[in-house]
Design a protein around this ligand. Structure first.
Ligand SMILES: O=[N+]([O-])c1ccc(O[C@@H]2O[C@H](CO)[C@@H](O[C@@H]3O[C@H](CO)[C@@H](O[C@@H]4O[C@H](CO)[C@@H](O)[C@H](O)[C@H]4O)[C@H](O)[C@H]3O)[C@H](O)[C@H]2O)cc1
Ligand SMILES: [Mg+2]
Length: 358
């Protein structure tokens, strides 16, 4: 058990602002004509988000950020998402990745992980928080009926175990992605989910550990609040209910039960026509600001993981990465490719922010 995982990485630390996102927001502000809204949008620059390593060529940039955090002094936390599994996003089209299992993807992914290890080992004084593979394991709980997921299952598990095994440095905290309340929170899913997380941790070898799980990444659920009608009849209809139900199941399976929760786009509830809608949902607003004052000892921090303004996926039906969810009536259109800047959507997120930026 490495020292890191026995305490929150956020205790007594400053969270590093990701420069590439600050630049995206600055560019967005420059393009805004409504001066009141632009002034509110400028405040978003000061909110820490996660740096997504959605392609292996972004790993050196993590190194630059670790160096900058190291130079800043004090106790810094750099937040980053590991997101490059071969046959990625197996139940959807929008976020398919660079690696494919059929084309040596497993070996390439291990090299990707090894390159991340090489970066974090250079900066032992910087705390690094990784969320490991959004949607990856969650898809193995509910979507083995999807051929791409069934074919990828053993590889996903082996590679997440590999990532855990390789990232045991004392300055690293790992939170596996655990979907959200409207996904794995369903009673039919929650126990298989706990068992899957535990088996993947065991696959990392004895002594390997993680800090816990991340929930609501790139989704729109409330941390705690009134039930959104589309969540009914799920008893775990918000993230805190999901976390409180999941934690004992994890403990029973010898899996650490600490959490971080994405609230970047959770400011407005009741915006989806169906619980499973995830793509650029209309009416969404920036949510609770990141804080360690979470009101629940299981939750280390509220965080912003999905960078607000970056698209979930293209609405162009002729694109190879077109997913029908991005063409729905509750999806903002026209939308650019996943991960690219969506200006009008960003402006709406600021407009709908709750709490408001002022
Ligand atoms: O009452 N009942 O009787 C009953 C019966 C069955 C029920 O079934 C449950 O229904 C849920 C709601 O549809 C399903 O949850 C959805 O599953 C999708 C993947 O399949 C997720 O999509 C991902 O979302 C990510 C961002 O979050 C994207 O990054 C990613 O690209 C994208 O693929 C949705 O969020 C998530 O909400 C459950 O699987 C399903 O088991 C539920 C109730
Ligand atoms: Mg996605």
């Amino acid at each position: 058990i490495d020292a890191a995982s026995s305490r929150s990485p956020y205790d007594g630390a400053s969270v590093f602002l990701i420069p590439s996102y600050v630049s995206e927001v600055q560019a967005a502000v420059a393009n805004m004509t409504d001066s009141t809204l632009a002034a509110q949008a400028a405040l978003v620059e000061q909110v820490p988000i996660f740096f997504w390593m959605d392609v292996s060529t972004k790993v050196p940039t993590l190194g630059e950020y670790l160096a900058a955090a190291d130079a800043a002094g004090g106790t810094q936390v750099v937040q980053s998402v590991i997101y490059d599994l071969p046959d990625r996003d197996c139940a959807a089209e929008a976020s398919a990745g660079e690696f494919s299992i059929a084309d040596g993807g497993a070996a390439l992914y291990e090299a990707y992980i090894d390159s991340i290890v090489a970066q974090v080992e250079q900066y032992p004084n910087v705390r690094v928080v990784f969320i490991v593979e959004p949607d990856g394991l969650a898809n193995l709980v509910t979507n083995l009926s999807v051929p791409k997921c069934a074919n990828a299952a053993s590889t996903y598990k082996e590679l997440v175990s590999y990532a855990i095994a390789q990232l045991q440095q004392d300055n690293v905290w790992l939170y596996l992605d655990a979907g959200h309340s409207g996904w794995l929170g369903w009673p039919a899913n929650i126990t298989p989910a706990a068992q899957l997380f535990a088996s993947v941790l065991q696959g990392a070898g004895s002594g390997a550990t993680v800090r816990g799980l991340a929930t609501d990444v790139s989704n729109y659920n409330l941390l705690r609040g009134a039930e959104d009608p589309v969540q009914a009849p799920n008893p775990n209809y918000d993230e805190e209910l999901y976390i409180n139900a999941l934690a004992p199941l994890l403990q029973q399976n010898n899996f650490p039960s600490q959490f971080i929760v994405d609230q970047s786009r959770s400011g407005v509830s009741g915006i989806r026509t169906a619980e499973g809608d995830w793509c650029n949902v209309l009416g969404a607003g920036l949510g609770m600001r990141p804080t360690t004052d979470t009101g629940n000892t299981l939750i280390d921090s509220i965080v912003w993981v999905k960078p607000p303004g970056e698209s979930d996926g293209t609405s162009n039906s002729s694109s190879p990465r077109y997913d029908t969810h991005c063409g729905q009536s509750d999806a903002a259109q026209p939308a650019p490719e996943a991960g690219t800047w969506f200006q009008s959507y960003f402006e709406a997120l600021v407009q709908n922010a709750n709490p408001a930026f002022s």
